[in-house]
Design a binder for this molecule. Structure first.
Ligand code: SF4
Length: 295
């Protein structure tokens, strides 16, 4: 995945970047400039990211791989690079791109806490919608509700990600994201505003949120909010994910450590698990009357 070239404004070697408090958390914020913002994407036609890094700091986050291209001294969740010229770069790109569907966003949460201050995702969404692009949003933040005013009357599907129905587990795995109940409220309000809605259940956490009981609870949420589409995802061994997953397990559920290690690193075992999980997910969807909305 390409995230566009960036030219840092700060000399990272010499100038100490500012530590700022967003959403109750200290993050190191660097303002950078990008050369392009909207990129071709495998999920939809395009995607964009106004930020490198994500203050939500989810322990299983696959976007950690971005650190390969943009190395940072800080751990994932503790830094955000802000593409301060995102709006002008996008405006320039839009003059020559054909409208299509835009996955919002692919390597960060567009409505993470810094967005409250910078409002870059909002302005980019406004430009894209006015230029006839469609948005497929996936977020864990209640802040997205701020932007319902610009989504109305446009082709927008607003989706939220929910990994577990259990608020205390969500706080552990997704320390700075909105609560599960706030994410559910996002779906209700989006629906009320006339938008198409969706839920991503994932990654489903083995023996925490992939149990039949947890799946029943998750699909009950989807049925209750009447979402148009449901996706699921399992925990995958993406680069850099295991060290932080391992830390959570060692601290909170050491009994599950070996189970997770096998699922992450034994591919035959993982394939068997995936087949079994797919079956249980389909059953839970059917029991909730949502079989036809499972994608
Ligand atoms: S919200 Fe998404 S991008 Fe942000 S840390 Fe969590 S999983 Fe990663």
């Amino acid at each position: 995945m390409s995230d566009g070239d960036q030219v840092p404004l700060f000399d990272l070697g010499e100038t100490p970047p500012p530590v700022r408090r967003f959403g109750g958390q200290d993050v190191v914020v660097r303002e950078v400039r990008c050369k392009s913002l909207l990129n071709r994407c495998r999920i939809d036609d395009y995607s964009f990211n106004c930020y490198v890094g994500c203050g939500h700091g989810c322990k299983y986050c696959y976007a950690r791989f971005m650190q390969r291209f943009h190395p940072h001294a800080e751990e994932w969740g503790k830094f955000v690079d802000v593409k301060i010229n995102a709006v002008e770069v996008l405006a320039r790109q839009l003059r020559r791109l054909k409208p299509g569907q835009v996955f919002t966003c692919s390597a960060c949460d567009g409505w993470q806490p810094v967005e409250q201050h910078y409002r870059l995702t909002r302005e980019c969404c406004r430009l894209l919608l006015n230029a006839g692009f469609r948005l497929s949003i996936l977020t864990k933040s209640r802040l997205v509700l701020r932007d319902l005013d610009i989504f109305g009357g446009h082709n927008v599907r607003l989706g939220v990600t929910i990994t577990t129905p259990d608020e205390s587990w969500a706080r552990i795995w997704e320390p700075s994201a909105s609560s599960v109940s706030d994410r559910v409220d996002v779906l209700r309000q989006a629906k009320k505003a006339g938008l198409e809605t969706a839920i991503m259940f994932g990654p489903l956490l083995p023996k925490i949120s992939d149990t039949d009981e947890a799946l029943a609870e998750l699909f009950a949420l989807a049925a209750d909010t009447d979402v148009g589409q449901v996706w699921t995802d399992m925990l995958n061994p993406r680069p850099r994910v295991w060290p932080s997953v391992q830390q959570v397990l060692q601290h909170h559920r050491p009994d599950l450590y070996e189970h997770y290690r096998r699922l992450m690193f034994d591919s035959a075992h993982r394939r068997a698990y995936q087949r079994q999980l797919d079956g249980r997910v389909r059953r839970a969807a059917k029991n909730a009357g949502l079989a036809n909305r499972l994608t």
